[in-house]
Write a protein that binds this ligand. Structure first.
Ligand code: ADP
Length: 472
């Protein structure tokens, strides 16, 4: 017919009367000759033969034909004709191929999802129906059995599985939470306790989400149930540690205060009796005895200053004021005022940037500036002290810096100096108790901030302290 001729650009004259083997239909495709031969002899034997064959037409290659060979017989049973017809089924085959590939892809995806879900350490489920009614679970991962003891089949075939796994005391609240989420159409969290098949109670957190069709109607609900016992345990442990820490801090505070307070009285007694000894029996004592008394008086004086230091330290907490919005510049001015004699004696030059308003305890900020500037004056070199106070805003904090041109601090001591009673020099060379920086640290930490130092030994030091900016 015309289609057969057109397929490989033949005219009727070229083929009419020719044996099939001499036509281009036969010669153009050597590969299919064998199968065609077999099919023809089978058809000649009386069968209708049908099979797919790949061939080329003049327009395109790889055309697939659904080939059918039908024998026609004369009335006395002799083979008269063989009718060969071929329908182009390339498109259909392509579609079939694509659909097969899609199916494979889908299966691979399904397997991947299945593997993923099987390894989540939580129950992944999907269900239909409102949480308030009889919600039926339509899918659940294998972990469900591991966590709660009910097999996947039990989950799927039990209309009241939720009744079984939700702790009876939490049933109402869990249902109300779940229903509220369902009605809001949002994803969210529901917390309750589960009871395992063997009766063990597990606190869980359930993340649920609604699955909607294109029209926006809810078709199902899915979720993940996670065991949060460990999290709860560590949260409880953390809270317990925090309580213990607070208590032991308070005790220590109390202890430092009481000890230093109560030590003052016996110390006063020691000092005054030593003085009495000296004044009354002076003439009976030899030179050594006088020296010994002087050493003892010196020791008592030193102990007195240490006790005072300890009291100051413990008062950072006990004598604290409420935080208020204050001008840091006022606190600095007050500190400079308190230090004016030392500043004059040292012929120091002290400058500062404009300072911001901060939320703090003004008395303590004054003390902070006073201690840092006091140190900058004390640990000076030959040259007159030059001290500059600056401030910068960084990541929601005010970072203050007190920079001096003094003796500096070796790198390895930069942390140690903030510990109570830690000093780097003898008291003869630089008087002090080693309390100043630990008070600074305590004050800064009470304000939720940090304190640290940087230094170039022999050049000077910079003490930084950062206060959180309440407005940030
Ligand atoms: P104190 O000043 O009573 O010794 P601090 O706690 O204020 O106690 O300081 C601890 C130590 O840190 C000091 O003894 C000193 O060695 C070192 N230090 C503090 N400030 C400076 C500074 N500005 N320059 C050099 N060293 C300093």
């Amino acid at each position: 017919n015309q289609s057969a001729l057109k397929a490989i650009n033949l005219s009727l004259d070229e083929v009419q009367g020719q044996p099939l083997e001499q036509t281009a239909w036969w010669t153009q495709n050597a590969e299919s000759q064998q199968s065609l031969k077999r099919a023809m002899s089978k058809a000649a034997g009386g069968q209708v033969v049908r099979y797919d064959i790949e061939t080329n037409t003049s327009d395109s290659a790889g055309v697939i034909l659904d080939l059918m060979l039908s024998p026609m017989f004369t009335h006395d049973g002799k083979l008269a004709h063989l009718i060969i017809s071929g329908a182009d089924i390339t498109e259909r085959k392509k579609a079939e191929q694509e659909s097969r590939q899609l199916t494979l892809l889908l299966e691979a995806q399904r397997q991947r999802l299945h593997n993923l879900l099987a390894h989540v350490p939580g129950i992944i489920w999907e269900g239909v129906g409102e949480p308030d009614g009889n919600q039926r679970v339509t899918h659940v991962n294998a972990y469900a059995e591991k966590m709660l003891g009910y097999s996947v089949a039990e989950w799927l075939n039990n209309g009241d599985i939720w009744r079984k796994i939700v702790h009876p005391e939490d049933w109402d609240s869990a249902r109300i939470q779940a229903q509220a989420l369902y009605e809001s159409g949002q994803a969210g969290l529901v917390q309750f306790r589960c009871v395992t098949k063997s009766g063990r109670v597990i606190p869980v957190e359930t993340h649920t989400a609604l699955i909607k069709n294109q029209a926006g109607e809810v078709t199902s609900i899915c979720g993940a149930i996670l065991d949060i016992s460990e999290r709860q345990q560590s949260a409880r442990a953390l809270a317990r540690y925090a309580r213990e820490l607070r208590r032991s801090n308070e005790e220590l505070q109390q202890f430092a205060y009481v000890a230093s307070h109560d030590l003052q009285e016996p110390l006063r007694m020691v000092t005054s009796y030593l003085q009495l000894l000296e004044s009354r029996y002076s003439h009976q004592l030899d030179e050594d005895a006088h020296d010994f008394i002087n050493y003892a008086v010196d020791g008592a004086a030193r102990m007195k200053s240490l006790i005072h230091a300890l009291l100051t330290y413990s008062r950072v907490e006990t004598g604290k004021q409420e935080f208020a919005s204050i001008e840091a510049e006022n606190a600095l001015k007050q500190a400079l005022n308190n230090l004016h004699l030392v500043i004059e004696d040292n012929e120091a030059i002290i400058t500062h940037d404009p300072l911001p308003c901060i939320t703090a305890d003004e008395v303590q900020v004054t003390q902070l500036f006073q201690n840092l500037i006091g140190n900058a004056l004390k640990f000076r070199r030959e040259a007159p002290p030059r001290i500059h106070v600056s401030v910068e805003r960084q990541n929601g904090e005010w970072v203050f810096a007190v920079k001096d041109n003094g003796i500096g601090i070796e790198q390895q001591y930069l942390d140690r100096i903030f510990i109570i009673f830690q000093r780097l020099h003898s008291k003869a060379k630089y008087p002090g108790t080693g309390i100043g920086l630990s008070v600074c640290k305590k004050v800064v930490e009470r304000h939720g901030g940090r304190i640290w130092a940087a230094s170039e030994p022999g050049q000077g030091s910079t003490f930084y302290f950062a206060f959180p900016d309440a407005a940030a």
